[in-house]
Design a protein around this ligand. Structure first.
Ligand SMILES: *Cc1c(COP(=O)(O)O)cnc(C)c1O
Length: 385
């Protein structure tokens, strides 16, 4: 469409101009069901009225003053997030998931002190695109073109407590994990994996950082993905759904860990400014009011059930409303995503053989059934059976 945008994203098939709830409309007026949510971002649906009012009100009241001063919404979001994470913590506000993780990595190094700076993450993980979070991302093929990357990152086999145990020693500042690898293909940690990681970190005095950028805020059927393993991390990062589309990220840490940061150690011009914080406050308040995790749990079960029976789908994995449909042999996920779009369903190819399904947590039962019908039509058109 335009020649003035860098080619980092590949071809983009549609121009969207409007959204409401689970639905999107393109520039020719066609309607779509959005089962991707801007990659797990618009969890409360498009043009959510509660978020829209909060954003408008903030724009009319106070948009920005920098972090040299207090603002009210930022303090309210910090209190709300801390409560959702069990209390006793402190929050740093950033503008994205990668920035939230960058903060977590800097905090781990600051808290670790001299000689304790390494960060261990898992193969198949995704933690962001900045140089440090790119190195933390366990996909070596993505590293090659950008060497040299910041030092001190290593990777272990995902979901393998023994591999993690063998990798952690007194040089390790932190272990950084997702509860469900989102970008890596919606790979759910086995029960007990995160609990084992917690034990290993405690044995060696390393911090456990949970990257809940994609899994957090109800998406998996609990407020946080780590709750499925009943553990307490030292540091938790969140972003995607936090502003329902307004960019904001946050890094929460236990107060004793957060105390390692001194004035001047970290900062952000925009992080937690009133517009973004007002959106986040509206999101957290609304998610609590509607019990978003419970909605995700119920809707996820219905969606998984419906998709499992579609010819061309061999299995469905994931938790809550973060699901992947593994396709039958011979069906490429990229082709399936294109065919789904043509049927009026937005999904994406999370691996070469699997589609990611991540509708808003507010998706209605009828929309789930209609989405599954459109997916079935798309796969039938590709000749899947
Ligand atoms: C999307 C994602 C990120 C990066 O977030 P950005 O806002 O794109 O920087 C980091 N970690 C996980 C688990 C993600 O899914």
């Amino acid at each position: 469409m335009t020649d003035q945008i860098m080619g980092t994203y590949g071809p983009r098939p549609v121009t969207f101009v409007r959204g409401e709830g689970t639905r999107l409309w393109d520039d020719s007026g066609r309607e779509y069901l959005d089962f991707l949510c801007g990659i797990s971002v618009t969890s409360l649906g498009h043009a959510n009225p509660v978020v829209a009012s909060a954003v408008c009100e903030a724009a009319r009241t106070l948009l920005h003053v920098s972090n040299l001063f207090w603002t009210v919404p930022q303090q309210q979001v910090a209190a709300s997030l801390d409560e959702l994470l069990g209390g006793g913590g402190k929050v740093f506000f950033a503008n994205s998931g990668a920035e939230a993780n960058e903060c977590a990595i800097k905090l781990a190094r600051r808290a670790g002190g001299r000689g304790r700076y390494r960060v261990i993450s898992a193969y198949g993980s995704f933690h962001g695109r900045t140089l440090a979070t790119l190195h933390a991302t366990g996909q070596p093929s993505k590293h090659e073109a950008f060497q040299p990357l910041p030092e001190g990152f290593s990777h272990v086999a995902w979901d393998d407590p023994d591999a993690l145990g063998a990798a952690v020693d007194s040089s390790v500042a932190a272990v950084l994990l997702e509860a469900v690898q989102g970008e890596g293909g919606v790979n759910v940690a086995s029960p007990g994996y995160l609990a084992a990681a917690r034990r290993i970190c405690d044995e060696h005095g390393a911090l456990l950082i949970l990257d809940e950028v994609q899994t957090g805020l109800g998406r998996t059927g609990r407020w946080w993905g780590f709750e499925h393993d009943d553990i307490r991390p030292d540091v938790v990062t969140t972003a995607k759904a936090l502003g329902n589309g307004v960019p904001i990220g946050a890094c929460w840490a236990r107060a004793e860990v957060a105390a390692a940061f001194e004035p001047g150690d970290h900062g952000s011009t925009f992080g937690g400014q009133p517009l973004a914080a007002s959106a986040a406050l509206a999101v957290l308040t609304e998610m609590r009011r509607i019990d978003a995790p419970a909605l995700a749990e119920a809707a996820g079960a219905r969606l998984a059930r419906a998709v499992r029976t579609i010819p061309g789908v061999v299995s469905v994995r994931g938790r809550g409303l973060l699901l992947a449909a593994e396709l039958a042999e011979g069906l490429a996920a990229a082709d399936a995503a294109r065919a789904a779009l043509a049927e009026g369903l937005v999904v994406n190819a999370v691996t070469p053989t699997a589609l990611r399904l991540a509708p808003p947590l507010t998706v209605a039962a009828g929309e789930i059934d209609e989405g599954a019908r459109r997916l079935g039509a798309a796969l039938a058109r590709l000749g899947g059976s």
